[in-house]
Structures are given as C-alpha cells and as structure tokens.
Design a protein around this ligand. Structure first.
Ligand code: NAI
Length: 251
C-alpha cells in the first residue's frame, strides 16, 4: 500500500456522525484525496477540508450514482462504507415500504458501494471497512429491518474478504453498539426519552447506562479511530473480521 498522502479514500455517509469523524481523522492522518458521498448535499458541501475532495450528493442505493462515481474515480485505496439509517418497529407493525427503505439504504447501498470500491481497488489492492451494528448480531424486539440489514452487511463483508484477498483487498466490518450521533434524532422512542429527561444529552446518557456494561455510549470519534485501525496497515493481517465495539452490550 502507498503511504497515506498518496491514498484516495471513499467515505459514504460522510456529512454527519461517524462518517464525518472518519473524514476528520483521515485528514489529520494526512490522506491525499477524498471521494465523499452523502444524501445531504448542503451538509456535504459544508465540510471544510484541507485536501481535495470529490463530493457526490445522492442516494447510496441508486445504481446511477455509483456508475457516475466509477467513471469519475477509477482508483481507490481506502473505503469506509458507512451510510445508513435507523428504524424501529415490531414485525407485526412493520410497514413493507419502511422495510424496503431500510434494506435499500443499509444493504443495497452497501453492496453497490462495496462493488464500486472493490472494482477501483482491483489493480493495486486496498482496504475497506463497512459499518455494521451490534444489531446485526444481537436480537432485540423492534430491530427486524435494521438488524436484518446489518446482519446482511456482516455476511457481505465476510464474502468480500474472501473474494478480495487474492486481489490484495482487505474487507472488515465494525459493529458498534450505541454511538452518540444525529441518527438517534429521527427515532421516535429517542425523542420521547429526550423529552422525558429534559435533553438529548441526558437521554443518550440514560440509554448508555441501561444495558451497556461500560455504562455509556461511544463517541463518533472513538468509532472513527477503530475504523481507522482496521483501514490501516496496522491491521494488515486482519480481513473478514467483525470488530464488535459495543461497550460489552452483546455479552
Ligand atoms: P448519522 O445520521 O449521523 O449519519 C449518517 C449519514 O448517512 C448522514 O449524513 C446521512 O445523510 C447519510 N445517509 C443516510 N441515508 C443515505 C443514503 N441513502 N445515501 C447516502 N447517504 C445517506 O448516523 P451515524 O450514527 O453516523 O451512522 C453511520 C453508520 O453507523 C450507519 O450505518 C449506522 O447504521 C451505523 N451505526 C450507528 C450507531 C449509532 O448508535 N449511532 C450504532 C451502530 C451502527
């Protein structure tokens, strides 16, 4: 692998939360160039970066977006496939359109971005990290769509690791437990909890104490550092791994 200043890094879901923290960390590590993808065009444009970045505003589940990225960015060295949405409903109340929306973003989008990354790495090798979730490992009521999508991401990463190995491409997944990011703000249960506790910070703290042995949720920069480790040559012999980073929640 070339040194970081010569590397091009793809990050999806780059405009917020874990993705934005990964972008900030890779900047600090001196990455050469970015290819950034997010649905939120204004937030993507607002990222103030010290290195060149090609920004693609669009839906990761849209094959046309990936056709455009593939022709504009024939070479990638690093990829953090991270865009995702949350959703919660018991199966008996699950609306099929909601199910499709979650599976489309979290799994179809992951396959399309993975395919693009592996094609763009096939000549020189590379390193991919996919953001799964502990919900893809541990069953909880209400997580059917989200958990199924993330279980799919974990298996996708393992298959990709086997296919990528002969090409010098490592593929790993990170499976965080709760992380304090804006993803929670769209979850009705969380909004109720924030109202009950008086602030979103208090609600995050309360959720962290509930079932996580370490007693708190992670920060986005902590997950970014775990992703950066898997991306880096320090993890050169690691592929097909799922780094469960959940404060002990799944134990
Ligand atoms: P976030 O909501 O802060 O960031 C997600 C980003 O993805 C946003 O900028 C959003 O605009 C973008 N995005 C959403 N749908 C998209 C689409 N169809 N196409 C392109 N971009 C899209 O959330 P967070 O927490 O940073 O999430 C990142 C990843 O981490 C997700 O895959 C999520 O499932 C996963 N995760 C998050 C956890 C948490 O507690 N925050 C726990 C475990 C996993």
């Amino acid at each position: 692998m070339p040194p970081l200043p010569e590397k091009t890094a793809l990050v999806t879901g780059a405009a917020s939360g874990i993705g934005a923290a990964v972008v900030a960390l890779l900047c600090a590590q001196g990455v050469g160039e970015f290819v950034l993808v997010d649905l939120d065009e204004a937030a993507l444009d607002a990222l103030d970066l010290p290195v060149p970045a090609r920004r693609f505003a669009g839906d990761v589940a849209d094959p046309a977006l990936w056709d455009a990225i593939e022709s504009a960015c024939p070479r990638l060295d690093l990829a953090v496939l991270n865009a995702g949405i949350a959703q919660a409903a018991p199966i008996v109340d699950l609306d099929f359109a909601q199910w499709r929306r979650v599976l489309a973003t979290n799994l179809d989008g992951m396959m399309l971005s993975l395919r693009c990354a592996m094609r763009a790495m096939s000549a020189r090798g590379g390193s991919v990290v996919m953001t799964a979730s502990v919900s893809g490992i541990k069953a909880e009521p209400g997580t059917a769509a989200y958990g199924a999508s993330k279980a799919g991401v974990i298996q996708l990463a393992k298959v990709a690791a086997k296919e990528g190995a002969p090409l010098g491409i490592r593929v790993n997944a990170v499976a965080p437990g709760g992380v304090d990011t804006p993803i929670w703000d769209a979850v009705p249960m969380f909004r109720d909890l924030a109202a009950e506790h008086g602030s979103r910070e208090a609600a995050i703290a309360a959720m962290g104490k509930l079932a996580t042995p370490l007693g708190r949720y992670a920060r986005a920069d902590e997950v970014a550092a775990q992703i950066a480790f898997l991306l880096s040559d320090a993890a050169a012999t690691i592929t097909g791994a799922v780094l469960v980073a959940d404060g002990g929640y799944s134990l």
